[in-house]
Design a protein. Structure first.
Length: 712
């Protein structure tokens, strides 16, 4: 078991905390801190009834002491150990205690106190920066100081050289070095450091007594020397920086002048390009072009045949030559006939469209087929936009579809393999282009814009080899995304939005996460409708932990193996497409059942039998950028959701449980099992599902389309 993991501390508080005098140690360190906090700070807390919270409160001894000292203040305790909080509530029922991870805290306190906690982290300053967000006025730390022979649980040694004088907008107000070795009834054989940071917004530093920073400190001389050395270095840095600043300003001036020249050249080049496009369009529209293009088509299709015909005759004989010529002519005739038929179909669709109310025409290029094993965001958005009255053409590569011409899927929604025909015949339409589309080139984009088409760049997933493979041209095209190419950019996660903010103007950028068809997934369990593959598990009373979605490189299979090994009594059910054949990473476990791909219409009938739903993504950039559709689908079925650490989009939503490591993931599932029948918790999930439907998402996109470029 990892030292300092959640499971480690749950065991400590359950098994040996009292035996190893943990409660007495907490009280000892708390008394030291309260004795050495300057009386002006104590007075401020008392007179202004400042709220106080002890982060890492263990079983609550310090909360109890502080509540007696600060009788008019609200004093609370926070710890990430459920067992510690349970015992604290039992020990001191008159006080308030909460079980929160550092990232799950919501409330801010006037005074945030923490005693002997940060040394348990190998990155304590990062933790301090996270914690200080929850402090309004004072941030008070008590730390082991100059601990050269660390105990096993301690991962960091604090010394003069690594104590920051500023954290965020909090400045170090007070430092005291306390030698505990000879104190009566001591529980620490070395030194402790008391640090008090004050928020510059709420503290009048001009009125702070100088004694805070000098004379009344124990061990103040050495720290004062350290401060003076830093001040001297800062002076040297300042002089150097001022000199570099002068040079930088001169360079900025020169670059600005160059930029003005470049912008003028760019504007001139763009005007020249636009002129070329207009000339090209004039040529396309001219009678000469119609005659010439007809001649070239005839020449390409037929004039080359005599040469081929004679060559084949010479090699294979007259019969073979005549047969191949007939085959080529038949193929050319069929192609021309097919194109003519499709053009007529399209025109009849457009005639009907124009005879009704005016709306947008939206084209999805051939990237994700309609009948792929996973029903995805493009399918949902296309469907909803068509329901709102827009004419939507969803183009297919026909890898999973079998469509020729135009197939009406529902009113205003057509599946087609005639993308080129649409581009040619519908100027002014909107193209919603997937960022990972492997077929569209930069030249294509310029061609579409030259034809008067409007482009939306939909950035749904991280451009990562696990998703787009080795297609370097996709990453190259992505790096060149700008206002000049696209009329709007849609992102599905905060990470992707922040990335695009750097290259696209704010008015063209929309954050539009994924959603859910609430009515499709909000169903009740019905034993009569239970799929055959699930019945044995349900009849046996198994606890079912389920996942549905793509099974690919971004899934943490090692976590699933760990889960199967540690909880053999749980049944893991996996539903979805083995996207890249990485499921072989799963061990051969009796309690993991893979049900394969299920059609979207069937999916709720399976997932409704999950007791807890999980999203076990590997940590990394893919997870950080993902807005999982399945999150909202789970919520619509009122299923508790447990996710891994880097699924930051999921963590935005109330009720989502986060496991930061393998053991904590199991603890969170256990917590979810306790919540699965809790009406208050389930109502939170249901409300969030209703607030995040595909109707909501499509309405956002529709509004943004009309905002960016009004309908013609």
């Amino acid at each position: 078991m990892d030292v300092n993991s959640r499971k480690y501390w749950e065991n400590r508080f359950s098994l040996d905390w009292d035996k190893k005098e943990g409660r007495e140690q907490t009280r000892f360190f708390c008394e030291i801190a309260l004795r050495h906090i300057p009386h002006q700070v104590i007075k401020d807390i008392k007179e202004n009834a400042l709220s106080v919270s002890d982060w890492g409160c263990a079983q609550g001894e310090c909360v109890n002491l502080m509540s007696k000292l600060f009788r008019d203040s609200r004093v609370t305790g926070i710890d990430f150990s459920q067992r510690a909080i349970e015992k604290a509530k039992g020990n001191f029922p008159e006080n308030d205690f909460f079980c929160f991870d550092i990232d799950d805290m919501k409330e801010k306190y006037d005074v945030l106190f923490s005693s002997n906690t940060l040394e348990h982290f190998d990155n304590p300053l990062d933790i301090a920066e996270k914690l200080i967000k929850y402090a309004k006025k004072y941030f008070i730390l008590l730390l082991p100081f100059q601990e050269n022979n660390r105990i096993e649980e301690h991962l960091f040694t604090f010394d003069y050289s690594n104590l920051p004088m500023k954290i965020k907008n909090f400045y170090l107000l007070c430092f005291r070095e306390i030698d505990c070795e000879n104190l009566e009834g001591t529980y620490w054989s070395g030194k402790q450091a008391l640090l008090i940071y004050a928020n510059e917004k709420h503290t009048d530093f001009d009125s702070v007594p100088l004694s805070y920073l000098t004379g009344d400190f124990i061990g103040h001389e050495e720290y004062s020397d350290h401060v003076e050395q830093k001040a001297s270095l800062k002076t040297l840095d300042r002089d150097s920086l001022e000199s570099r600043l002068v040079r930088a300003e001169s360079e900025i001036k020169r670059i600005s002048e160059d930029q003005g020249s470049l912008e003028s050249r760019i504007a001139s080049a763009e005007a020249e390009r636009d002129g070329f496009y207009r000339q090209l369009l004039d040529i396309y529209a001219s009678d000469f072009w119609k005659v010439a293009s007809f001649y070239w088509r005839i020449r390409d299709k037929f004039f080359k045949y005599p040469h081929r015909f004679l060559s084949t005759w010479k090699r294979e004989g007259a019969k073979a030559a005549i047969g191949k010529l007939f085959e080529r002519l038949t193929r050319a005739h069929d192609s021309a006939r097919d194109r003519l038929k499709s053009a007529r179909e399209l025109q009849s669709i457009l005639d009907l469209y124009y005879s009704n109310k005016p709306a947008e025409i939206i084209i999805y290029p051939p990237c994700v087929d309609w009948n792929v094993p996973l029903y995805q965001r493009p399918h949902h958005i296309a469907t909803k936009l068509s329901e709102f009255g827009h004419l939507v053409f969803y183009c297919t590569t026909n890898q999973h579809d079998r469509t020729r011409g135009f197939q009406e899927l529902k009113s205003n929604l057509y599946l087609t393999d005639k993308f080129d025909l649409l581009i040619e015949r519908i100027p002014g339409a909107w193209i919603i282009m997937h960022a990972a589309d492997p077929t569209i080139t930069l030249d294509d984009i310029q061609n579409y814009r030259g034809r008067g088409l409007k482009l939306i760049y939909e950035y749904m997933d991280e451009i990562h080899p696990d998703i787009v493979g080795s297609a370097g041209h996709i990453a190259q095209r992505h790096r060149l995304v700008s206002d000049r190419q696209f009329d709007a950019v849609i992102t599905t996660s905060t990470k992707l939005f922040r990335e695009m903010e750097r290259v696209v103007s704010k008015e063209k950028l929309l954050l539009n996460p994924n959603g859910v068809d609430y009515g499709h997934f909000h169903i009740k369990r019905d034993k009569a409708q239970c799929p055959e593959e699930m019945k044995d598990m349900i009849d046996a009373g198994k606890t079912i932990i389920g996942y549905h979605g793509a099974l690919a490189k971004w899934i943490d299979y090692s976590l699933l193996n760990h889960l199967a090994r540690k909880r053999p009594e749980w049944q893991l059910v996996l539903i979805g497409w083995d996207f890249d054949e990485t499921m072989r990473s799963l061990g051969n476990w009796d309690n993991i059942k893979y049900l394969g791909v299920k059609q979207y219409q069937q999916l709720p009938a399976y997932a409704i039998w999950f007791d807890v739903a999980i999203i076990p993504f590997k940590d990394g950039e893919v997870a950080k950028a993902t807005s999982p559709i399945k999150l909202f689908e789970y919520m619509a079925m009122n299923k508790p959701v447990v996710v891994t650490r880097d699924l930051v989009e999921c963590r935005r939503y109330e009720g989502v449980l986060v496991g930061t490591d393998k053991d904590e993931f199991i603890i969170r599932i256990e917590e979810a099992l306790m919540l699965k029948d809790n009406p208050a918790y389930l109502s939170i999930l249901d409300r969030q599902a209703r607030e995040n439907t595909w109707d909501v998402r499509a309405r956002q996109i529709e509004g943004y389309i009309r905002k960016v470029v009004p309908a013609p």
